[in-house]
Design a protein around this ligand. Structure first.
Ligand SMILES: Cc1ncc(COP(=O)(O)O)c(C=O)c1O
Length: 474
């Protein structure tokens, strides 16, 4: 493909994407295909001779779209939002076009420097303490990871290394193996599955502590667990607090957990994957009270802040712990400016890294702080509207409502709500998923699409109500 053909293909694709977003609400949000559907439609081998791009584009509608779940549809209410905005899409395009890898400053200075600047802008926008920012005097700084899962693992690996270094110095008779075999980490029973996975990957047992009736992990529960484990000869090294749990968007008590972690010299990582975006609005910052006590903080602009996947913003108070844990050098990686700017390969798991700061920068500039705040506030208002609709129908109950996520159920046995959920998703017009709040089976209703309107919420509610068994009178 030469550059003229690329111009045509690229422009046609921009039109295709714009049309897709404009009309996405008219599609069934859940596809009607069975496993293996695509294999039946595809040749067994890749083509020997290149094909025309026009033919490939035609096959998007014919082969791909029938198997797509439409995460950008205003009728998608499952999981959490996965951001999509036109500035974000164009940022992705430029990232692919430039095609650089920024694993050291030297391999593409703009890639590192824009990331440093965008992460400072973003950190200030969220009201993070100064010490987390690259622009502060100290050793703190921000980095873009691929996902919140990676950030949790990176934090754990750094915490593990910190403890091993500390203990080998303090207790020279202990081997590295002795220390590592005693490490233990903690999180709440509401933490995302990725936290448990980080424990598996880092070979550190991740203890799930009970949350309170609001789904919040409290300091006294953590303190008791740490004391008990220390008494048994274990070494507590890492705590993951969640701000905005996946089930109900509950908030751990960061202030209480922070005091315990600081007393015990345990690394506190904050997973605010979804709800962290709301801290751009000053009125929600009370939910991150105690943030100054944490060692690392992470949220996903790719969830609720209009930056296309993948873009997970992580800040650490002392980046030297990451560099010490992950620094592996080779002659071909060295350059003459080492030490004057971050070499981000030391802050992450892979070597290669994309120019993800471009899409973040585009979104920050083109929406501006006020545009992002308007988006967050609008989505929270839409959730409030949904909550009001549920509350007006006596057959239902609202179980929790927090930051754009409403959990609700039919009054009565769990079975009724389970059946309702099955019917809603079988109809494929809207998509919702369940969770348990204690022993109650509830449906999660998240506002996911950037283009959601009040009419879309009314449509989704009417769709839900249409599946309620007629014998449940209202
Ligand atoms: C609280 C929380 N943490 C972590 C994750 C995982 O995010 P990622 O896919 O970026 O790893 C999620 C996903 O929804 C989440 O809700």
């Amino acid at each position: 493909m030469n550059s003229n053909e690329f111009r045509e293909f690229g422009k046609a694709m921009v039109d295709y994407i714009a049309d897709y977003i404009d009309n996405v609400r008219d599609r069934n949000v859940i596809p009607s295909v069975s496993p293996g559907y695509l294999e039946k439609e595809m040749p067994q081998e890749a083509p020997v001779d290149g094909e025309r791009w026009e033919d490939v584009l035609k096959d998007i509608d014919k082969l791909i779209m029938p198997g797509v779940t439409h995460w950008q549809s205003p009728k998608f209410h499952a999981y959490f939002p996965t951001s999509n905005s036109f500035p974000g899409v164009v940022g992705e395009m430029l990232c692919a076009g430039i095609g650089c890898l920024g694993f050291s400053w030297m391999t593409s200075p703009a890639c590192t420097e824009l990331e440093v600047i965008a992460m400072n802008w973003l950190g200030k926008l969220l009201g993070l303490p100064e010490e987390f920012l690259n622009c502060s005097e100290g050793p703190g700084g921000g980095v873009i990871q691929g996902t919140a899962s990676e950030a949790t693992l990176v934090g754990l690996l750094a915490a593990k290394e910190r403890v091993v270094r500390l203990f080998t110095k303090t207790y020279p008779s202990l081997t590295e193996g002795d220390i590592k075999s005693k490490l233990v980490a903690y999180t709440s029973d509401q933490a995302n599955s990725s936290v448990e996975k980080a424990g598996i990957l880092a070979s550190v047992p991740m203890v799930h502590l009970p949350s309170d009736s609001n789904g919040s992990l409290r300091g006294d529960v953590l303190r008791e667990a740490i004391e008990k484990d220390k008494g048994a000869g274990l070494i507590p090294c890492y705590v993951v607090a969640t701000l905005g749990t996946t089930g109900t968007c509950a908030f751990d008590n960061l202030e209480e957990l922070g005091v315990v972690c600081n007393d015990e010299n345990v690394w506190l990582h904050v997973d605010a994957a979804y709800a962290g975006a709301a801290f751009v609005c000053p009125e929600y910052r009370y939910l991150m009270k105690g943030i100054e006590l944490s060692d690392s903080f992470n949220f996903n602009p790719h969830k609720w802040m209009l930056v296309n996947f993948d873009c997970s913003a992580m800040w650490v108070k002392d980046a030297r712990y990451l560099v010490e844990a992950f620094n592996v050098d080779r002659i071909y990686l060295q350059h003459q400016h080492e030490g004057s700017a971050p070499d981000y390969r030391h802050w992450q798991i892979p070597l290669g890294r994309r120019f993800r700061a471009l899409k973040l920068w585009f979104v920050l500039r083109i929406y501006g702080a006020e545009g992002i705040r308007r988006h967050i506030r609008h989505q929270i208002q839409l959730a409030k509207h949904f909550e009001d609709l549920v509350n007006m129908d006596p057959r239902f109950e609202v179980n929790t409502s927090s930051m754009g996520l409403v959990c609700f159920r039919l009054q009565g046995d769990n079975e009724l709500t389970q059946q309702l959920l099955d019917k809603i998703n079988a109809a494929k017009r809207i998509y919702v998923i369940p969770c348990y709040i204690r022993e109650k089976f509830v449906i999660r209703f998240a506002i996911c699409s950037r283009i959601t309107t009040t009419e879309d919420i009314n449509f989704s509610w009417a769709e839900i109500v249409s599946h309620v068994s007629p014998h449940l009178t209202n």
